[in-house]
Write a protein that binds this ligand. Structure first.
Ligand code: GLN
Length: 490
């Protein structure tokens, strides 16, 4: 039992060493994670699908390569979980929606293809808020996922299943997607490391679209070193995604040093929002002081005055794009289809009525309204102008600072059910993460401590394509602290 917990809570770099020196085999490692999944899933429900057979066959192949000395990637033979909005060939990809409940994609997302070519071992697909709309994983059409630190609380969302899977050792790392905070907020709530790369850094080909100008895929890992290893594998240009940028991706492990001398960090006061839990603010201020001790120069009084408008702009832009993206689910092409009528319009209507859950419908209605003739200028166009102002404000800040440091969320994980009936309260849990997607920036959330025994995440935000800088800062913090090493008792 303890052996199981120990092996599945290895980092990628530790597991890689053990595999390389033949102290464990890839098959053993996969079996350990599958056993851990069986052990904790009844309580946590982080996974929609467990891919036992796939995992064991991939592990056998990886093992053969490792034995022959042919495994080039540090991800070879390492178990991973994939959020269930990324297409996996031959494996059900549901987006935690009835609409895609039986959808088996005939192709792999680019990120999945890249991991597979590194001989990664896919052990399962993770639960999420339906179509990635939410902050608690309670909007899944299947079941809510529970936070391993306190099972009466949410794990955050929408990549809640991926964060829980890593925190509880169901796999060694996971992929998530982030439109307004969905990697960073659950990473913060579950005390793991989560990175949202710069818009365009990682291909979204094969990611089920939510809001196309905001969506990014990124890693959830046990520590920053692992985060760099996964980013190395998934970053880069992809001709199949027109928004992916043709800049070459560096080796992200090269920036991992613990010297922060000469770096200038800004702390924007607007991120310590009204209504924030004071204990969370204290943890974050203490963590920032730690960065100062490590050599970084801190400006504690930065102001980004447009920050409060990001939430409103996001909840126009994201639903507008979602309403367009989700128009494809009409019961004709693929996915759920209502068949008990001969009337085409009725079939379409009932398909959407029954296939989508309440939050998805709310977003489609909001978006359709904001884009409709007469309202477009007042809402959508206005939101886009606000977006430009927010982006410019960040550009100016980055003339003075190498990175900005903030809380990831204003609170610790809230109770299951606490916010489900109040969408505005739910939307507020992303105030600190949304502006970053609005501006297309990279940001990482790392464990910064605990408040009342519950995890608190710290967010480090960088200028576009400066993943190396934010990873370096995060790495230095993890070298000096052990918050990321604490594991939930389950
Ligand atoms: N919670 C935000 C929303 O509901 C962000 C979700 C996400 O990043 N996918 O839209």
């Amino acid at each position: 039992m303890s052996a199981i917990a120990n092996h599945s809570q290895l980092t990628i770099h530790e597991a890689h060493q053990l595999l390389k020196t033949r102290q464990i085999s890839a098959v053993e490692l996969a079996r350990t994670c599958l056993a851990r999944i069986r052990e904790v899933e009844p309580e946590l429900q982080a996974l929609v699908t467990v891919t036992d057979e796939l995992a064991l066959s991939q592990a056998q192949k990886a093992e053969a390569l490792i034995a022959a000395g042919d495994a080039q990637s540090p991800l070879s033979g390492i178990p991973v979980l994939i959020k269930d909005n990324m297409c996996t060939r031959g494996v059900r990809t549901t987006c935690s929606s009835r609409m895609l409940g039986d959808f088996v994609p005939p192709y792999d997302a680019t990120v999945v293809e890249k991991l597979t070519s590194c001989h990664a071992v896919i052990v399962g697909k993770t639960n999420m808020d339906e179509f990635a709309m939410g902050s608690s994983t309670e909007n899944s059409a299947f079941f809510p996922t529970r936070n391993p630190w306190d099972r009466s609380r949410v794990p955050g969302g929408s990549s809640g299943g991926s964060a829980v899977g890593v925190a509880a050792g169901e796999a060694i790392y996971a992929l998530g997607s982030d439109t307004g905070g969905s990697i960073r907020q659950p990473a913060g709530f579950c005390s793991v490391t989560g990175l949202k790369p710069t818009y365009g850094r990682v291909s979204r080909y094969g990611l089920v679209a939510f809001a196309s100008s905001l969506d990014q895929i990124g890693p959830l890992t046990q520590d920053v070193a692992d985060c760099a290893l996964v980013l190395n594998a998934i970053a880069g240009y992809d001709p199949r995604d027109s928004t992916s940028v043709p800049y070459p991706a560096p080796d992200y492990t090269q920036c991992l040093t613990d010297d922060l001398n000469g770096l200038r960090l800004g702390v924007p006061k607007e991120y310590f929002v009204e209504g924030m839990q004071p204990e969370v603010a204290t943890v974050i201020r203490t963590a920032i002081s730690r960065l100062e001790e490590l050599g970084a120069g801190i400006d504690w009084e930065v102001s980004l005055p447009h920050t409060p408008y990001a939430l409103a702009a996001y909840y126009i832009i994201a639903p507008s794009e979602a309403s367009a993206n989700l128009a494809r689910y009409d019961g004709v092409k693929y996915g759920f289809s209502y068949l008990e009528t001969n009337n085409m319009w009725q079939a379409m209507e009932k398909t959407r009525q029954r296939g989508f859950g309440p939050e998805v419908k709310r977003r489609i209605m909001l978006g359709t309204y904001a884009l409709s003739a007469g309202y477009y200028d007042a809402w959508y166009l206005k939101a886009q102008k606000v977006r430009t102002l927010i982006r410019q404000e960040f550009d100016q800040a980055f003339e003075k600072y190498d990175a900005l440091v903030t809380p990831t969320s204003p609170t610790v994980p809230f109770r299951i059910g606490e916010k489900v009936d109040d969408p505005l309260q739910m939307y507020l849990s992303d105030v600190c993460t949304l502006p970053i997607n609005i501006a297309g920036l990279p940001a990482v959330s790392i464990p910064a401590g605990f408040a009342d025994g519950l995890p608190v995440g710290m967010q480090i935000i960088g200028k576009p394509f400066s993943e190396e800088t934010i990873l370096k800062i995060a790495y230095a913090f993890q070298q000096a602290t052990d918050w990321h090493k604490r594991k939930p008792a389950i």
